[in-house]
Design a protein around this ligand. Structure first.
Ligand code: CMP
Length: 138
C-alpha cells in the first residue's frame, strides 16, 4: 500500500519551537494525519528504532540526540506517501537540502535535522508499529 508513511519530528524542533510550522508544511503538502503522538525515547528505544545504523560512526550521536527530548511520531496518508514525504523533508544534511524543504527551513546539521521520514513502505510499517498500536491509527 503506497498511501501511508511514517514521520517523526525530532527533539531539535521542540527546542526551537518549530513543531507547528513543520506540521503546517506537512498538511499543506496534502498529507492526512492518521496517527499522532508525542513521546520520549529512552536511549535503548532509540537504539532499537535506529537498529539498521548500529555500528556506524554517528550511531551514538544519533541515539543520544533522539533520546534527549520529545519526539512527535506520525502516520501520514497521501498517494505516493513515502516518495512525497522524502521529497518534502529534503536531504539529510540541511545545508544540502533544496530550498523550501523542511530540513532546509528547520534543520541545523546532519544530526539536528528536524525530521525523520521512512525511506520505504516496508520500513514505514515497521516504524509506525514501533510507536502505535492498531487502535491508535485511524
Ligand atoms: P534519519 O532520517 O532520522 O535517519 C537516520 C539518521 O541518522 C539521519 O536522519 C541523520 O539524522 C543521521 N545521520 C545520518 N548520517 C549521519 C552522519 N554522517 N552524521 C550524523 N548523523 C547522521
Amino acid at each position: 500500500n503506497t498511501r501511508f508513511t511514517f514521520c517523526m519530528i525530532k527533539p531539535d524542533a521542540f527546542k526551537s519551537d518549530t513543531v507547528s510550522d513543520i506540521l503546517l508544511d506537512i498538511l499543506k503538502a496534502g498529507f492526512k494525519i492518521r496517527g499522532i503522538k508525542i513521546t520520549m525515547l529512552t536511549k535503548s528505544k532509540a537504539e532499537q528504532f535506529y537498529d539498521i545504523h548500529q555500528g556506524k560512526e554517528f550511531f551514538d550521536r544519533l541515539t543520544t540526540f533522539m533520546s534527549s527530548g520529545p519526539v512527535m511520531a506520525m502516520v501520514l496518508e497521501r498517494p505516493d506517501a513515502v516518495e512525497s514525504m522524502r521529497k518534502l523533508i529534503g536531504k539529510t544534511d540541511p545545508a544540502q537540502a533544496e530550498e523550501g524543504t523542511i530540513r532546509k527551513k528547520f534543520g541545523s546539521d546532519t544530526t539536528h535535522n528536524a525530521v525523520h521520514a521512512a525511506d520505504s513502505y516496508e520500513n514505514a510499517e515497521r516504524e509506525w508499529s514501533f510507536f502505535f498500536s492498531k487502535r491508535e491509527i485511524y
